[in-house]
Design a protein around this ligand. Structure first.
Ligand SMILES: [Zn+2]
Length: 442
C-alpha cells in the first residue's frame, strides 16, 4: 500500500517523491521492503499507488532489477487502508498474501509467520510485538490460543495494567478478505474489517521479536537508518541465531518480599527498567524466566500471575523498556499442604534449575545458548544457566547467592541487574576473555 501522501515526511520528500520512496541510507523504503520479500521467496508484488504514483512506477518498473514481478493498481480515489483490496482478487488468485504499508522497515522470517497463519486457518494474522512506548500505542489483546480478541486504540481507556503487545502493521491475509471488502467505499482495515472478524475468532496475532519499525517521521527515519547501519535489523530475523539475556524475576527485577502473589506486592527494583532498556538496544533478547510456586501452594492462580506480569510490562513500558517474553513455572513438587492446588503439585521440567522454560524459549526464538546469559540472584538461577549451557551472572540483590542450594559459581558477579547487563554487553578490555572474566567494580 503505497498511495499515501506522507505529510509528516515533507522535509525529506519535499513533495517531489511519495513517502514510500523516501531514502534510508541511500535506498527507498519500498526497495528495502521488496528486498526482504524477495529473500523470503515472495516474488509476485502488487503496489497500490496513488499520490505521485508515477514516480514509484518510474523508480521500480516491472521489478526485474530487484528479482520480482511488480504490477500496479492505481487507486484514483483514496479508499482508506483497505478499500483497494476489493479490486485485487484477480491478483491474489485465491491465495493468502502479505499486506505491507509503504512506510515501515522490517526484516522478518515471513515464512515462519505464514506457517502460523495456515496452522490457525486464520482470515488475517497480525504481526505483533512489544515496543518501547506501549502507553501511546494501539494495543492488541491476544488470548492463549493466539486469537486477537480486541484492539485498544491509544487515547482510549485501558486497564490499569496491560500487556505490551502492539500491532506492527504487517499482515498475512487470506484471499477471502478481498472478497469481503466492499467495492467503492472507504474501508479501514483495523476499525472495520478486523474489528468485525475478531468477534468471530478469525483473527490471530503472531508475536515476534523481529525488527519492524514505522519510518513515517524524520526522527524515525534517523533511528531506522542507525539500526540498519549497526546490523540490528537483519540480526533480529529469526532465521539467524539469536543471543538472549535470560532474567530471573523476584530479587532480580523486582524486590523479593517472599512468595509474591498480590499485585500490590510487585514493585520494580530502581535500576531494573534501565537495565532492560539497555538490553533492548543491544541486540540481545530480554526473556524473563521465573519459578512461581505460589500457584501450586494455592496462594493465587495463574490469572493472578498473569495480572502481576501485566503490571511488570506496564511499569517497564512506562520507562521505555520491554521484555520480549516471560515464561513462568507454576508448579512445585512437594505435596501434602492443606491449601495446595493439587493440579500444580507435580514434578515438572520447567521449574528451575530444570531448563524447560529455557528450552522452550530457545525453540520459540531460535536462540543460541552459547551466545546467551542467565542473570539471577540465587544459586538456583546460576545452576539453571549452567544446566542450559548459558554464561551466568549473579546479582547481589534479592538472595545475593546466599540461598546456597547449589554449589554453582557464576561467570561474573555484579551489584545489580543494570551492572550485570553493562558487563555483558560492554565487556571491559582487561586482557582476559572479555565475556567471562572481567569484573567491573564501579
Ligand atoms: Zn513447572
Amino acid at each position: 500500500m503505497a498511495g499515501g501522501k506522507g505529510k509528516r515526511l515533507k522535509s525529506i520528500t519535499n513533495d517531489e517523491i511519495p513517502k514510500p520512496l523516501a531514502p534510508i541510507n541511500g535506498k527507498p523504503i519500498l526497495e528495502w521492503q521488496i528486498e526482504c520479500l524477495q529473500r523470503n521467496g515472495i516474488l509476485e508484488i502488487c503496489i497500490v499507488i496513488g499520490y505521485l504514483g508515477e514516480k514509484i512506477q518510474q523508480a521500480l518498473g516491472d521489478g526485474s532489477k530487484l528479482g520480482v514481478n511488480i504490477q500496479y493498481y492505481n487507486e484514483e480515489t483514496p479508499l482508506g487502508t483497505a478499500g483497494a483490496l476489493a479490486y485485487l482478487p484477480h491478483f491474489v488468485k485465491g491465495e493468502a498474501f502479505v499486506l505491507v504499508y509503504g512506510d515501515c522497515i522490517f526484516d522478518i522470517d515471513i515464512n515462519r509467520m505464514i506457517t502460523f497463519h495456515h496452522k490457525n486457518n486464520a482470515h488475517a494474522t497480525l504481526f505483533a510485538h512489544p515496543n518501547s512506548h506501549p502507553y501511546d500505542s494501539d494495543l492488541l489483546l491476544i488470548n492463549n490460543t493466539g486469537q486477537v480478541t480486541g484492539i485498544v486504540a491509544k487515547n482510549t481507556p485501558r486497564g490499569k495494567w496491560y500487556d505490551n503487545i502492539v500491532n506492527a502493521g504487517l499482515y498475512i491475509l487470506s484471499s477471502k478478505v478481498c472478497e469481503d471488502i466492499p467495492k467503492g467505499q472507504p474501508t479501514d482495515l483495523e476499525k472495520e474489517y478486523l474489528a468485525a472478524e475478531m468477534q468471530k475468532g478469525n483473527i490471530y496475532g503472531y508475536i515476534s521479536s523481529e525488527y519492524i519499525k514505522d519510518a513515517g517521521t524524520p526522527n524515525r527515519i534517523q533511528e531506522v537508518a542507525q539500526d540498519l547501519s549497526k546490523g540490528v535489523v537483519a540480526a533480529r530475523n529469526l532465521q539467524n541465531k539469536q543471543k538472549c539475556i535470560f532474567i530471573d524475576r523476584d530479587g532480580t527485577i523486582n524486590a523479593d518480599s517472599g512468595l509474591i502473589h498480590k499485585i500490590e506486592d510487585f514493585e520494580l527494583l530502581p535500576f531494573a527498567a534501565d537495565a532492560i532498556k539497555l538490553i533492548n538496544k543491544s541486540g540481545y533478547l530480554a526473556v524473563v524466566v521465573t519459578n512461581q510456586p505460589v500457584v501450586a501452594r494455592g496462594l493465587c492462580d495463574t490469572k493472578n500471575i498473569e495480572e502481576i506480569h501485566r503490571k511488570m510490562h506496564t511499569l517497564l513500558g512506562e520507562a521505555g523498556a520491554y521484555a520480549d517474553a516471560v515464561y513462568y513455572c507454576p508448579h512445585h513438587p512437594d505435596k501434602g499442604y492443606p491449601e495446595e492446588n493439587p493440579e500444580y503439585k507435580i514434578p515438572c521440567e520447567c521449574r528451575k534449575p530444570s531448563i524447560g522454560m529455557i528450552t522452550k524459549a530457545v525453540e520459540d526464538f531460535n536462540i543460541s545458548p552459547q551466545l546467551s546469559w542467565m542473570i539471577g540472584d540465587t544459586t538456583t538461577d546460576i545452576q539453571t544457566g549452567k544446566n542450559a549451557g548459558l554464561k551466568t551472572a549473579l546479582v547481589e540483590t534479592g538472595e545475593a547467592g546466599q540461598d546456597k542450594k547449589y554449589n554453582a559459581a557464576p561467570d561474573i558477579t555484579s551489584k545489580n541487574l543494570l551492572e550485570a547487563v553493562r558487563q555483558i554487553i560492554t565487556p571491559r578490555h582487561c586482557g582476559l576473555d572479555p565475556q567471562s572474566l572481567c569484573i567491573a567494580t564501579d
